[in-house]
Design a protein around this ligand. Sequence first.
Ligand code: PLP
Length: 342
Amino acid sequence: MRNVIRLINPYDAGLFPEDFPDKEVVNLASNENPYEPSEEVKEAYLRAVNKISRYPKADYFRLKEAIAEYTGFEVKNIAVGCGASEIISCICNVIVEELDRVVIPMPSYTLYSIYAMLRNASISFPVFEKYNVDAEAIAKEKPKLVFLCSPNNPTGNSLSRKIVERVAESADYVVLDEAYVEFSDDSKIDMVEEFENLIVLRSFSKFFALAGMRVGYAVCSAEIAEAIEKVRLPFSISHPAVETAIAALKSLDYYENVKKEIVAERERLIAGLRRIDWLEVYSSDANFVLVKANKEGVVEKLAEKGILVRDASVMGLEGLHIRITVGKPEENDRLIEAFKEI
Ligand SMILES: Cc1ncc(COP(=O)(O)O)c(C=O)c1O
């Protein structure tokens, strides 16, 4: 076995409802969308059942056409994958050679480091003042690849255009992970037109409430898109996943309304959490909220009360940090009550 495998920690997906079979749990741990799919999506899923004895068409052209219309780019600029997760792996495979410098400002999504490590990259994990990305410091590292995330998981904060621009000028390649961007209205996807080395990553798991279907995409230069497509597993997106993603893109009004609910709830949740004096609450542009808890064992105490949240301390933060997904109003109320009881 390769030595690096011994160094890689398994991806820690946090607590899942299945871990508590005897409890009615509120799951605020995985940044999922708590609302149901649209009726069109449900119907598309059922129709797709008739196709599952066949392979999906490996160029995924219809899915890419629908994404092209949604993003305003051309099909040649789009690569698709089994979740944004698979595309992160593909990007590392097509870009990173042994000992290439990969910069992952912390705290950030933990999957980037796993796939960069698998390429035997030389990875740096800078932690900047107040977790604000310092583009000049990154430039000094002369990176081959930088992973930026906006809104960032787990802080919830968006990056400015200026920062993305400066990083794109100084690195060979930049991934801008916009998995949560629809909750922020602050996308920089248009910058792909200007920067050939910029890869914007998107997911159907969050805004489009399709986490269980596994569909993600990248918008980037035609050359990079083609390279990603070359190394992706040929049939990694199933028929139901393709059809539900296309149907979701046809139900934009439905998801815009869901988003309005989530964003309003996010602000109500933040206000409620700020009334608890042992919590420091971050602002958020995403569908989750990060808090620093000045008390021990909070994640476990919430789990005892049937509320699952994510211990984000492993993501490169100092002190006990908890990431809370914005749930439905009654779920958020239960969480705030539980915090008060603790
Ligand atoms: C920042 C970020 N990028 C990518 C992903 C992976 O998304 P997907 O479900 O599309 O694989 C996640 C999932 O939580 C995430 O938080």
